[in-house]
Design a protein around this ligand. Structure first.
Ligand SMILES: [Zn+2]
Length: 393
């Protein structure tokens, strides 16, 4: 089983290579996966979905002197911007107007009608700053860092009363440059925030079983652009294929659905699109979700998720001599199981503790441990065939 999984990992990571989210590379990988599952006898469908994503490359911040003046805004024609997630899209121009931290007293009495607010980071939330500027009439906002370098931030979800203006962030150094220039005269700033719509897809391979219960096995097959993504997550996808191959001739008391998810790296988009495509009844029928992600490097197999599943996994690991440890989710990391967990579906995640090379050039086959792939596949298979799995609600 370890050998089969290792071969599949090589096929995905080396032969197919980078599988950047929502690209033609991702599509080629999806087609490959669909063919493999179909060859095993599963009913296969490719589920397309659209990914809306902010594009820093297509967005920008540019400056012009006001009409009829000659102040040349020098040294600010190549300012690096970041986009705050939750920003409105669109383009707006206005006189760049500094408002410090955008505290109540910082807003000029005459308001900010038609202006672009230049705001310092700190003390209150980005959302509070942007809403205050917008309510005062600003058409866009530029937030500069309060410590050296640039930053990435989020505006969070807008409340219904909040304004919706395009917002970009810049470094502390560039903020200082702008403030210095504004002492000499007015500058017109144009803020443009562009969102792209990209095509992505999930592969859904199913074998119907008796009864209503559905068990979903998932693994994202996309990678970070330009990287082979061997551990993250050719390996998990390979384990998914290996489990599917072993189960092809096995009758299970539930419907089993294998889903290689697209665009996980853009924020769990594939699993989100999948859940969105289901009715409430269809969601309620999912009795378990098993996720396989970054499981190829480290000391031993780790499992996390619903207690009833991790307990079963530990017991089966002991009787089958598979080294496995129960862990909790590493801080700041997430994967497609989180999407199912949010719906109240019991989940189990198969992973391994060494994340040190993911999203780097070093995430290659060289560091993929075949034994870990085999352990994941064997334990998942044992769980799927255990009489107590998936159990009642
Ligand atoms: Zn991953």
């Amino acid at each position: 089983m370890a050998e089969t999984a290792f071969e599949y990992t090589t096929l995905l990571a080396q032969d197919l290579g980078p599988r950047a989210s929502a690209t033609d590379q991702e599509k080629a990988a999806a087609d490959f996966l669909a063919r493999e599952f179909a060859g095993m006898g599963y009913q296969v469908e490719i589920q397309p979905f659209t990914v809306r994503t902010l594009s820093p490359e297509d967005s920008g911040l540019t400056f012009d002197p006001p009409p009829g003046t000659t102040v040349a805004p020098e040294g600010i024609d190549d300012i690096q911007i970041n986009l705050l997630s939750g920003t409105a899209t669109g383009e707006a121009s206005g006189i760049l107007t500094p408002v410090n931290l955008a505290m109540r007293d910082d807003i000029p009495e005459g308001g900010l009608e038609g202006r672009v607010a230049l705001i310092q980071r700190g003390t209150i939330t980005f959302r509070q700053k942007v809403d205050r500027a917008g309510q005062a009439g600003a058409v866009a906002a530029v937030i500069y860092n309060n410590v050296a370098g640039d930053f990435r931030g989020t505006l969070g979800r807008p409340d219904p009363d909040s304004s919706s203006i395009p917002v970009v962030s810049i470094s502390k150094e560039d903020g200082a440059k702008l403030l210095e220039l504004l002492v000499q005269g007015e500058i017109i700033a144009t803020v443009s925030v562009v969102r792209n719509e990209l095509a992505s897809r999930n592969v859904i391979a199913e074998k119907p079983g008796p009864g209503d219960q559905v068990v979903v096995l998932g693994a994202h097959y996309d990678s970070v652009p330009g990287l082979s993504g061997a551990n993250d997550n050719a390996a998990g996808t390979a384990v998914l294929l290996t489990v599917a191959k072993s189960l092809a001739g096995v009758d299970l008391p539930f419907t089993v659905r294998f889903i290689p998810f697209g665009s996980e790296e853009l924020g769990l988009r594939g699993s989100g699109a999948y859940i969105d495509s289901l009715t409430d009844e269809e969601v309620a029928r999912i009795a378990a979700m098993m996720n396989f992600d970054t499981l190829a490097t480290g000391s031993e197999l780790n499992i996390l998720g619903a207690r009833k599943f991790t307990s079963l996994g530990i017991d089966l690991g002991q009787s089958l001599d598979i080294p496995v440890t129960r862990t909790s989710s590493p801080v700041g990391s997430s994967s497609d199981h989180a999407t199912f967990q949010r719906e109240g579906i019991p989940v189990i995640m198969f992973t391994a503790p060494d994340f040190s090379r993911i999203h780097t050039e070093q995430d290659t086959m060289e560091f993929v441990q075949a034994d870990l792939l085999g352990d994941s596949a064997r334990l998942a298979l044992a769980m799927l065939q255990a009489p107590e799995f998936p159990g009642g609600p």
